[in-house]
Design a protein around this ligand. Sequence first.
Ligand code: GLP
Length: 236
Amino acid sequence: MEVFPDYAALSQRAAEIVIGLLKEKPDAVLGLPTGSTPVGFYDALVASGVSLARARTFNLDEYLGLPRTHPESYYSFMKRMLYDRTDLRPENCHIPDGTAADPEAECRRYEEAIRAAGGLDILILGVGHNGHIGFNEPGAPWDGRTRIVELAERTRQANARFFNNNIDEVPRRAITMGIGTILEARRLLLLANGAGKAPIVQRLVEGEPTPEVPASVLHYHPDATVLLDTEAASLL
Ligand code: GLP
């Protein structure tokens, strides 16, 4: 665990870890998150000017049924944050297709694509207020693979801010890497900032690992690091 004075420092540190990896391995396979937490990380990565020309990226999740062109699709988010701002090659940017005609087949294809790329060298994670990682909500199986999931009410409420504050517009289902998929990444980096995350960070760091707090599975990973700002760490 590392605690930083503020969000900018936390974001900078996360970017430096990824930049260090890319120096050693320019074709590294990066697992990437969405949400508000990683925005500073993406900004710092872009500002560094690091080349992603040979990197491969796999996103954690995507809403089911939301067109890629929708401004709140995770594809659109990634396009704004990274794809359009770096030299990443489009063919190396992977994100589940939430509009696939056969979503089950899409989940299998996605798992296979991660495997074919040699697995994730690093996976950056945010955490939901209920401890979710990707869209693995409380109770998700720890050996789960990429699959279709129902979003928890609390998650839909939290994400309504991106959908005109109207929960009815928030998709009900998503495709997410499973916790089993997540655990296979060679390195995990979980970021959390702000006082709102302090209670879940406390449960994650100090509580017994339990499927009720999906992020607590990090305790079982041999190379997992939690990066916090002082507010998120305030209850520790
Ligand atoms: C979203 C994403 C997660 C993310 C989490 C926290 O719903 N599916 O991958 O980590 O919620 O979001 P935020 O960073 O905005 O708090």
